[in-house]
Design a binder for this molecule. Structure first.
Ligand code: FAD
Ligand code: 8RB
Length: 457
């Protein structure tokens, strides 16, 4: 399709989504400028310094394959086969995520991933401009102003907002026409701590797992880094609930408070985190919220994607994966529509319901991770879920697997997940084991309520 004179796009933000989108579009012949607030991490080192890792799953990996960089990223990744649950009594149990090593997630370093993506974008022909922070946008004049050694006016045809949860483009679009923005704070925050390598240079815990310490109203997790460290994240309620012994960021204030909390609740992790007190006091406490908008685009002038459009809580490990899926979808809509405004609108109407679905599933996964992993009813439902998935692989796929190991629309995973959960609850009600389950009835209900996956795709 020819789009003379309108093959130019300006991307705001060279984070994960911005750099990937630039690659996808530049490879298809688009003329791309990317403006990034920070310096070039390939020159200055990755801002923030600390090693932060992310879980990469099938949706993100699929997008990286399309961009031709999946192998380069996997080379630096650590495989995570399942959850390693650390119980309060010190025992541990690996709960596999998938059927075998083809169903795993990957821990990747944000800094290294961003660098791989920036190299790919440049190789594809995108022009990257660092130390350029979007400040204001005049949509009538089609001029954006960027700051960084002075003010730079940039004439644009269209702006794509990949500038993250605190998006300036979103703020500017909202000023022009309200986007129907809503921010729902979770009421829980997080703190990152580090487990260094062991004295012999190896990992101090099982490397091929995502570690979870579920403790009811709060939890810790840890992801491996390829430098043989782990990044530990402590999630706690922000406010105190008044019950003695329930920790929150209001009561766990100092590094010593944190050490006491670990000694009581995460005793096996405490000796692995030598700088716990210092880490706790020097690292900022992060806040978590869900951002939703009713509209993502402004005519043919601007569109948002990734965290700028739909920041979510982290508990499904899908923020980046979803942002990458957005990039593939937007690139396809831009190729497929003659009119750019139509492409933006079609992109938003495809992705908005899917973003809502993963945002909701991410909220639900916090409960599952922090309190349900060691609950008897939950474990029985889990056992039945595995049995049904084996009996009906073409119909019954655990929700976690639909989200993590497939690229079916999130909204479909959400809907099928509801039906499956109802079945699991009905079939296990009042039971303590799978003995005596009415398999004939269950098999018939599965066939009746869950259409064949191939038929739905
Ligand atoms: P970002 O990656 O945040 O990029 C935004 C970019 O825009 C940045 O480079 C920023 O400097 C730039 N920018 C901002 N404002 C301006 C401006 N005014 N002008 C120019 N540039 C600007 N997701 C997962 O899928 N799995 C995980 O395991 C996971 N773990 C996470 C762990 C942590 C600690 C955090 C914080 C997030 C995690 N996420 C994870 C979520 C994931 O990081 C985000 O969903 C993803 O980075 C979104 O990509 P983005 O490009 O939309 O935003
Ligand atoms: N943002 C993850 C999962 C699901 C694991 C499971 C959960 C930390 C901030 Cl909390 C979390 C998952 O259900 O067994 N997969 O990947 C990543 C997670 O947290 C990331 C590291 C994180 N994201 C602000 C902190």
């Amino acid at each position: 399709m020819t789009q003379t004179a309108s093959r130019h796009l300006t991307i705001v933000g060279a984070g994960l989504a911005g750099a990937l989108l630039a690659t996808l579009l530049a490879r298809r012949g688009w003329d791309i400028d990317v403006f990034e607030r920070r310096g070039d991490p390939r020159v200055e080192g990755y801002a923030g310094g600390r090693s932060i890792n992310l879980a990469l799953a099938e949706r993100g990996l699929n997008a990286l394959r399309i961009a031709g960089i999946a192998d380069a990223v996997l080379d630096q990744a650590v495989m995570m086969r399942g959850r390693m649950v650390h119980f309060a009594d010190g025992s541990q149990q690996l709960q596999r995520y998938g059927r075998d090593d083809s169903e795993v997630i990957w821990s990747v370093s944000r800094g290294e991933l961003n660098i791989t993506l920036l190299d790919a974008a440049e190789t594809a022909g995108a022009k990257l401009h660092f130390d350029r922070r979007l400040e204001t946008v005049d949509f009538d004049a089609s001029v954006a102003t960027f700051l960084g050694d002075g003010a730079h006016a940039h004439r644009f045809q269209a702006l794509i907002g990949a500038d993250g949860a605190g998006s300036t483009l979103r703020r500017e679009m909202n000023r022009a026409t309200p986007l129907g923005e809503r921010i729902d704070p979770l009421g829980h925050g997080y703190k990152e701590l580090e487990i260094p390598p062991a004295a012999d240079g190896g990992f101090r815990m099982e490397p091929n797992a995502l570690h979870i310490w579920p403790r009811g109203r709060y939890m810790c997790i840890a992801l491996p880094n390829d430098e043989r460290t782990f990044t530990v994240t402590l999630f706690l309620p922000s406010r105190d609930d008044g019950k003695p012994g329930d920790p929150s960021f209001e009561t766990v204030l100092t590094g010593e408070d944190a050490r006491a909390l670990f000694a009581r609740d995460f005793a096996d992790a405490l000796p692995l985190i030598p700088d716990l007190v210092e880490d706790f006091e020097t690292h900022p406490t992060g806040t978590l919220s869900t951002l939703s908008l009713e509209r993502w685009s402004l005519g043919d002038k601007a569109v948002l994607l990734g965290d700028a459009a739909h920041a979510m809580v982290p508990f499904h490990g899908q923020g980046m994966n979803c942002a990458f899926e957005d990039c593939v979808a937007l690139a396809e809509h831009l190729q497929g529509h003659r009119d750019r405004g139509d492409a933006f609108a079609a992109f938003a109407s495809e992705r908005l319901p899917n973003a809502r679905a993963i945002q909701q599933m991410a909220l639900e996964n916090y409960l599952e991770m922090r309190e349900r992993v060691d609950d008897a009813d939950f474990l029985l439902q889990r056992a039945l879920e595995r049995a049904l998935a084996e009996r009906h692989p073409e119909r019954f796929v655990p929700r976690y697997a639909m989200v993590t190991f497939s690229c079916m629309p999130y909204a479909t995973a959400f809907e099928r997940g509801q039906v499956q959960r109802e079945l699991l609850v009905e079939a296990t009600r009042g039971r303590t084991s799978l003995e005596g389950i009415d398999w004939a009835w269950l098999d018939a209900e599965v066939a009746r309520r869950l259409p064949l996956l191939a038929a739905q795709a």
